[in-house]
Design a protein. Sequence first.
Length: 131
Amino acid sequence: MGSVVIVGAGCDDGYTPSLSDLRYDGPATDSATVLLLSTDFRDGDGDLGTGFLETFIDGDPTSAGPLDLLPIFLRSDVPVGATEGRLEFVLELSLGSTPPPSGVLFALGVRATDAVANTSATETITLTLTY
């Protein structure tokens, strides 16, 4: 009989943002390589809305670069000064000239940084690439 141990680490200092419950909500209707994603956030001092979100594939930064959170807050109907909520965002995969085979697993991670450079831990999910 096996066991699973889940260890969580976070900073609840009231200033450092935290992300949780990262979800893949499906592909965009017009492109399977555009991922619809969402995550919950908490930020005690309410300055995350003017920060940015970074995305990672298998631990490496994506070519999307830092995403400004202000438009993500607005599209998610979350007030800019909110201290918690759910953010919806998109990420387009660039598969390159030699795409990996269908069925490959990859880790998708996100990390948020607020207006004064407090940075959350990276929230990660595992997805399967299918064509």
